[in-house]
Design a binder for this molecule. Sequence first.
Ligand SMILES: Nc1ncnc2c1ncn2[C@@H]1O[C@H](COP(=O)(O)OP(=O)(O)OP(=O)(O)O)[C@@H](O)[C@H]1O
Length: 644
Amino acid sequence: MENGKHRVKEKANQRLSFQQFKKLWGIEDTGDNLITESPPVPVRDIFRRFWPYVRSYRLWIILSLLLIALQPMVQSATVWLMQVFIDRVLIAGDLSPLYWLILTYLGLTLLRGTLFFSGTYLSNWVGEKFVLNLRKSLFKHLQGLSLSFFEGRKLGDIIARISSDISSIERLIITGATSAVSYIFQLVVFIGMLFFMQWKLALVSLIVVPLFYVVTRFFSRRIKMASRERTRREGAINAISEESFSNIALMQAYNQQITEQDRFELQNHRSFQAKMLKVRLKAAFTPVISLIEMAGTLVVMIAGTWLLINNEITVGALIAFMMLLSKLYSPVRRLSKLLNTIYSASASAERVIEFMEEEPMVKEAPYDLEQVSGYVEFKNVSFSYPGQSKKILSNVSLSIAPGESVALVGASGAGKSTIVKLLMRFYDPTAGRILLDGNVLRGLTLDSLRENVAVLFQESLIFDGTIKENIAYGKPGATEEEIIRAAEAADAHEFIQNMTNGYDTPVGQKGRNLSGGQKQRLAIARAMIRNAAILILDEPAEGLDANSEKRVMDPMKRLMEDKATLIITHNLKSAAAADRILYLKDGEVIESGTHEELLMRGAEYAELYELQHGEKEHRNAVSLSSGSRTDRGNSKTKEELIGS
Ligand SMILES: Nc1ncnc2c1ncn2[C@@H]1O[C@H](COP(=O)(O)OP(=O)(O)OP(=O)(O)O)[C@@H](O)[C@H]1O
């Protein structure tokens, strides 16, 4: 029996599979949806999942429900007044009850208005509070997720989920739930009143109720699926817009407007198709419901007339009954419509829940490290990106001591930036260990690790804020004096002072009001103010012209003082000035030593150097290094290390 039940359930699920449904209803699986489908979640579980965000408002919810629940009572009393008016005033021809009837009617109308205002205001207030809390919590949660999550997602889709999807959930959780309770309460009151007035007629009027249920179920399931398709397409529209507009210069420079428009249009059209399917379903739903409603009214009219003929009901009571009946069908209809809204909003809820259930791949650890000296060690570290079998790093071992500079060189794609990502714990190694001052990175809190590292990325990352805010990003709560000192050390003070509003000048989105060199000096000031023991320089002079490069050299040199520095560079002349060079090939350190040692070895590093700087210079470098290695010792200048 249990098995049989299970099979039926399975079959029901199968029959309504998304792909089959899409074929049936005209959204064929075109394979062009940029956003993957979120796992389906039953409505009951959705409520359970979001309940914690409204729990603290439960008293207000109860109050608003109470206010909503009182409304049908007042409505019923108004109908009852009508019955008294017809039977006692109109038919009896007696005007004496009219005075109190009018006064009561007025009082009831005012009461109903007050209840409506406070109920609506309160339920909306709770709803908006829910949106506020949920959005805050989702934003915080997303910020704690690992880099891998963001590298595998479309930014536009993430934004769509934080903005529009969360707003849709409000319709499901608060407005939806309170309206549902209010409609159910109205139903109970009205049905109770109908039975009180004429139980036989009341029974007849309920004949059509199961029909409402069957039709609603049929429509709401399909509306939910169309809504899923629609929300995914909206996410894709956001993603394409974000990609296109953030790369607008590239797009225009390569005349890719048409390609981008086509990409956009495709998703836009699919979104339109999904929406139209939803509209068709919703539009067809209302007339079908009206038809059932009409059938119910007809049956009651016939039965009512028969009862009237048999003197089992008065004219006034029959009219009042019919009026109440129309009021009964209204919450039934609204409840059915609401179910559709709930189902379509649950498509958004599924997308938000998918994100909420994401766990950070890099797990937080308990040990809070204080100020470190900056001794970094990689021990037999291997790494593959999540979900990929290709080994990006194999058995990498390296160390950087405080005050030492190590250059990481190698062909593009060799795995240099991946080493930085592991050191920052954006990812954890697949095998091997990384240590900071002898502590395994996996055991440290992410905050304490990252507080001890300052990074200068290949492309200076500048936020849309003032110059002051951008520098202070390196040390939250930095004083004005500290900011100016950092800017002076980064040789940025002068150009900042020459700007219209000095340190309060806005830099524009991505720092578009600044030159490349200015942005880099601002980034140096930010790293300066952090004063971390470990410094990572990822192609710090990349993209700067000779003049700007010269300009950032001195501040960079000051920044590196006493720090354990890892410098990633393609330029072997800059690498030459490092205390040690690691040559990375296909994720393995194949050569390691000083510039001179590597040249003497005459292997791949020497070959690459020769390729970059010509044979003559290479020979000079070798003879110079073999003759005067001891003289030079560690006297390499920091300028050499950074510049080319
Ligand atoms: N998020 C990622 N997911 C999957 N593979 C990645 C990811 N990031 C990098 N890779 C792959 O890892 C390899 C090493 O990349 P990495 O960025 O570390 O190289 P690199 O030596 O820094 O290159 P470049 O000098 O060009 O910056 C490349 O083959 C790259 O395709």
